[in-house]
Ligand binder design. Structure first.
Ligand SMILES: *Cc1c(COP(=O)(O)O)cnc(C)c1O
Length: 367
């Protein structure tokens, strides 16, 4: 058999696969380096919460049993945490899986999906998987431009993605503009507000999806345990939405999609407020340190509401990325995102941040 003999739908052949940040071990092998620092995937540098680790240790002894389905304990715990009903929550194998459920439940070939750009690359894949057409709306001054998004709505528009804070720019849309935007939309469009970095937001004017559970235009809010909660490898995320929308997504969700160890880890992580506070504080201190240090060096950067930010390296980002790699620091080149001279860096531990700054100094010839 060759793939050529199969009748693969064009909309599937046309998908460019998602490229994740390289694992540390592979980069170290490839470049012959050791003790490298990964600041490329917006992960939590503190590791998982100790309470989550303990709970997962206990859960692993019971993996001969199927998980709680649909995950009553986790659903109840999330609902209590956010002051919503458990029936308004759907958990997924990462919030990525919720994106997949939205695609399967809401889209058909020919539909349009509005995707601000640059933003999270998965949104395009989600649209294309269903044969829907991604309608790309450029950012304005590094931020999602809700007016232009609105101007692109047609009778075929089914889904609109708003990444808040936006990955990779770290900007937020204001509550004010977001509520006006929702008012102006027809009721047959679903707005997905992806709040993967909500815990890090310091701008109190930022829009919050949870305020719109009852709005006439359906709003689905996405959250994840992968970033502030330090559980990226465990794969747990969730969506908060109306009960009707949750019922719809549950129709296309596979049973047992979140494993029992992940249930236990996520529940314990939600209870570990100290760990979350420590994480958020570490990120804010790290960002402020970076802003000061880069300003002192007269290197241009963009302030961010997330745990990562963009730096304008004023030369080809891919080259800077390669040179940083040789010094044992892994960041993300933004070349593939339409920013040929920017890199994205997430906050690490203080010593990791220092190592990055020293490597950047050497690569950019600053010291
Ligand atoms: C990291 C990230 C996610 C989280 O994905 P998971 O599948 O929950 O790990 C979602 N959206 C954005 C914008 C992200 O950057």
């Amino acid at each position: 058999m060759t793939m050529k003999t199969l009748k693969i739908p064009d909309h599937i052949s046309n998908i460019s696969p998602y490229v994740a940040g390289k694992p540390i071990a592979e980069v170290e092998r490839e470049y012959g380096i050791a003790n490298s620092v990964k600041l490329a995937s917006n992960e939590n540098p503190l590791g998982p919460s100790p309470k989550a680790l303990e709970a997962m240790g206990e859960a692993i002894a019971k993996v001969h049993r199927y998980p709680d389905e649909p995950g009553y304990e986790l659903l109840n715990r999330i609902a209590a945490h956010l002051d919503v009903q458990p029936e308004q929550v759907v958990v997924g194998n990462g919030s990525d899986e919720i994106l997949g459920l939205l695609s399967r439940a809401l889209l058909q070939p020919g539909d349009e999906v509005i995707i601000p750009s640059p933003s999270f690359l998965m949104y395009t894949i989600v649209a294309q998987t269903a044969g829907a057409k991604p309608v790309v709306v450029p950012l304005k001054k590094m931020a999602i431009d809700l007016d232009t998004v609105l101007a692109n709505v047609t009778p075929k528009t089914r889904l609109i993605f708003v990444c808040n804070p936006n990955n990779p720019t770290g900007t937020v849309v204001s509550e004010n503009l977001f509520s006006g935007f929702l008012e102006a939309l027809p009721p047959d469009v679903v707005v997905v507000i992806d709040e993967a970095y909500a815990e890090f937001v310091r701008d109190d004017k930022s829009a919050k999806g949870l305020g719109y559970l009852e709005s006439k235009t359906p709003v689905v809010t996405l959250r994840t345990f992968s970033k502030a909660y330090g559980l990226a490898g465990l794969r747990v995320g969730y969506g908060i939405m109306s009960k009707d929308m949750a019922e719809l997504l549950n129709r296309v969700r596979m049973p047992f999609n979140v494993n029992s160890v992940a249930h236990a880890g996520a529940i314990a992580a939600l209870d570990d407020k100290d760990f979350l506070n420590k994480t958020v504080e570490l990120v804010h201190q790290g960002l402020d340190m970076f802003y000061d240090e880069l300003a002192r060096r007269q290197v241009r950067f963009f302030q961010s509401q997330a745990n990562f930010f963009l730096i304008d390296v004023a030369r080809e980002a891919k080259q800077v990325f390669e040179q940083l790699l040789r010094q044992g620091v892994i960041v993300r080149s933004m070349q593939g995102y339409g920013y040929p001279e920017y890199i994205r860096v997430n906050v690490g531990l203080p010593q990791e941040n220092e190592k990055f700054l020293a490597a950047l100094d050497s690569v950019l010839g600053l010291k």
